[in-house]
Design a protein around this ligand. Structure first.
Ligand SMILES: *Cc1c(COP(=O)(O)O)cnc(C)c1O
Length: 441
């Protein structure tokens, strides 16, 4: 299997040897062309954005921590100059642009990027059920969904999900808060504290000895056998994807507020840690729809779990697993420990994504320490993969090649780079301390 694949795709040799790589997507085309090729669905993003606004009064009521933002779950963005200086010194480069941290690590309720797609999908499902039962109308105030009558109603239904941890937290916490029965199927790599937290919130956790794909498969099977059960399918869900995509519009407002212009002369670079692909894919999709050719999106994956890279580079998407290349899929980056990519995301990224960068696990902890020391911010190891995107873009031949291909030489001085911090604020202090003291090399 491996030899056949490498004969056909010799550029995957480095990937199969577990070397860090920067894969430039050869299919990337100008936005209008790419959007046409994939049937970019702007109306679906509109719909998700509108739905989240409608649900804001309910969110505010059920999760009082969202009161300050009126029930809108959004994360801060912060310029991190000291971190930028530190990275430049350590990796010996000089970036003319600015570096910002998008702190989904601190999103309300779930403490990770999964607060976007996961919560959106649960809300949408609750809306569908309530409307079908004639209990909710289009123009109702959705905060009524917090009433006991609805809790009893949702209590007749079940929601299930397979997860390495963070998606489980997001789905579990939201579903339980609305009164659903919720079962989270957790892969072996899921951290104990996440299981404990979920159980404390009222979710049922089923543990598997196997990896993420198996947990999803088992969850899907269990759910399909139960007519009252709904499965949140991380490998296939368009709802999750669209929930994530709304982030782009929120980001535009934030950048506007900071007087940060994005246009032809002021390019935007975004580095997104990638697991199965849904979260980074949805956000990149939204970003391309907003900023078109002026935004450049890159995914970052662990060298031991480069599933999106392998799926996109071969065009086989979910029909190939990193194990087919002899790669074990085992990594400290638990949110990214995925061997087989989403069925839909790679296809939607084919003409829009700049490329995929891979990172050795030990660096995750180095970045984490550096961020802690320079900015006094803590994000989880997986989220730190984002920094590798920025560093590789600035220090490699592939980065220079990308700049040349897109005629960006004269505009790099105006560039804004965003490292998308995908999780971390729910990590218990003791575990965070252990992370900060982990040296793999
Ligand atoms: C889930 C997750 C990702 C990646 O999202 P996918 O949809 O799996 O690609 C990145 N970072 C963290 C911390 C996550 O939990």
């Amino acid at each position: 299997m491996k030899e056949e694949i490498l004969t056909k795709y010799p550029n995957l040799k480095d990937v199969s040897d577990l070397n860090e790589v920067f894969w430039l997507n050869p299919k990337l085309v100008p936005y209008e062309e790419g959007a046409r090729a994939i049937n970019m669905n702007i109306a679906a993003i509109d719909d998700a954005e509108k739905r989240l606004k409608k649900f804001a009064p309910l969110i505010e009521k059920v999760f009082p921590e969202t009161l300050p933002t009126g029930g809108i779950i959004e994360s801060p963005i912060k310029e991190i100059n000291r971190m930028k200086d530190k990275l430049q010194k350590l990796y010996n480069f000089d970036s003319a642009g600015r570096l910002l941290l998008k702190m989904d690590s601190h999103l309300a309720i779930a403490g990770s990027i999964k607060a976007r797609g996961g919560i959106y999908e649960v809300l949408k499902h609750a809306e569908t059920l309530a409307m079908e039962a004639g209990l909710l109308k289009e123009d109702d105030d959705y905060s009524i969904l917090a009433d006991q009558k609805f809790r009893d109603f949702f209590g007749k239904y079940k929601i299930q999900v397979g997860s390495t941890g963070n998606l489980g937290l997001s789905i579990g916490i939201t579903s339980a808060a609305l009164g659903f029965n919720v079962i989270v199927h957790m892969s072996a790599d899921a951290k104990q504290w996440k299981k404990d937290l979920l159980r404390a919130k009222g979710a049922t956790v089923i543990e598997y000895e196997s990896d993420y794909s198996k947990a999803v498969e088992e969850g899907r099977k269990a759910s399909d056998q139960d007519p009252m059960s709904y499965f949140v399918d991380d490998e296939n869900s368009m709802n999750l994807f669209m929930g994530y995509s709304v982030a782009a519009r929120r980001l535009k407002n934030q950048l506007d507020d900071l007087n940060i212009l994005v246009d032809e002369a002021h390019p935007l670079f975004v580095y997104l840690p990638c697991g199965v692909g849904g979260a980074p894919g949805g956000i990149a999709y939204g970003l391309k729809s907003v900023y078109k050719d002026n935004v450049h999106c890159f995914f970052v994956e662990p060298t031991h779990a480069p599933c999106m890279l392998v799926g996109m580079a071969t065009g086989l998407h979910n029909e190939i697993s990193v194990r087919d290349l002899g790669i074990d899929g085992i990594t400290h980056a638990d949110g990214l420990a995925v061997g087989r990519p989403s069925k839909l995301v790679g296809k939607m990224m084919d003409y829009l994504l700049g490329g995929v960068i891979t990172i050795d696990d030990y660096k995750l902890y180095d970045y984490m320490r550096n961020l802690h020391e320079t900015e006094n911010k803590d994000i989880e190891p997986s989220a730190c993969a984002a920094f590798e995107g920025f560093v590789k873009f600035e220090t490699t031949d592939e980065g220079k090649e990308y700049i040349k291909r897109h005629n960006l030489e004269n505009n790099m001085k105006n560039a804004v780079h965003i490292a998308w911090a995908t999780g971390g604020s729910l990590v218990p202090e003791e575990i965070n301390k252990q992370f900060l003291e982990t040296y793999l090399r």
